[in-house]
Ligand binder design. Sequence first.
Ligand code: FES
Ligand SMILES: [Fe+2]
Length: 386
Amino acid sequence: MKKTEQIKQISKLIKRIDTNTNVDAGCFYENPTSRYTDQALAQREWDTFFCNSPQLVGLSGDLPDIYSFFTVKELGTPILAVRDSDGLFRAFVNSCRHRGVVVEEEERGTSKRFTCQFHRWTYDSNGTLVGLPKAEHFGELESERKGLIELPSEERHGLLWVHPDPSGVIDIGEMLTDNLIEELESWDLQELEHLGNDSYDVACNWKLAMDTFGETYHFSSLHEMTLHNAFHGNVQCYDTFGNNHRMLLCRRDIDEMRKLPESDWDITTAALPVYWLFPNVQLMPSKEGLYLVRAYPNPKDPGQHRSLISFYLRPHFSADIEMREVFRMMSQAFGQIIRDEDYAVGESQQITANSKAMESVIFGRNEPALHHYHSTYERVLSEIGA
Ligand code: FES
Ligand SMILES: [Fe+2]
């Protein structure tokens, strides 16, 4: 984030603390509880947002070396993401061209070859079929069937994007806007090292999981004994970037930092930036690294979802064994707060939504991110349906 923007946003946070005010949407937003329970809607959003849209599958640090790979199981299309023999990021349908068995079952690793367990057809990191046992008995294949099906992929400013449809198009400028791209670039995401992953299966809709990231009004209550020790609750900044937005959660460290000259102010001391990339990604860069949270629906059950929480370390801490361990523990504690506090209320909200006892829930004036998220969701789905 540019220094001038940092100072502008930090000044806003300080003013909000001093005047006991918060960001203000100016009105309520009523969200029907059916958005979290409707099976037909769940199928539409799955088709629209998860089968026919580009997906953020990780950061450059997920593929640190030539021949690194990871797999994606949360989407309809099984995906094998690799760094090929030339160091390029590529993605393939993780399905054997013979009879469709998933080729690579491991979550991540390093390998020059990927061998299908069924009849041991083998592919290299470029997706080329390089081994076909008893080829003279099997028969001669046309050349276009001699490799994994490649998916559109793009590595930009440290983010790895894949389109799960082989004929899909990735347009990062359209998805993120130029202003957001410029700001994401300033975080040097391509330098981050992948440190770990947590995965939670939760009995609530994926949007309820995302909603818990949309305000800090709940910090002094739900997170009274945890995050509230480090953050001022109900104090934040909020800006939109097309379908996406950025929140700045106010850290208590701002109280000391504000005594310094503005030239010494730093946004990572004053705040935790939360970039919500529509519809299911939260990126949270900090001094030490970054948390990435992604929520994936269960298309068969709107009351279930899977959250993936990944954490990454900045390079200047990489050689510091102690710092690695401290950040790993911080990240795991962060994940546990999300699971045990935020997602616990998400499951509770789901019970109410399933009961149909309440027709809608209310987002307040101090919850503008939720207004923007849900109005964007409605608009995009209606545009697709039109
Ligand atoms: S299905 Fe993969 S080798 Fe036969
Ligand atoms: Fe929370």
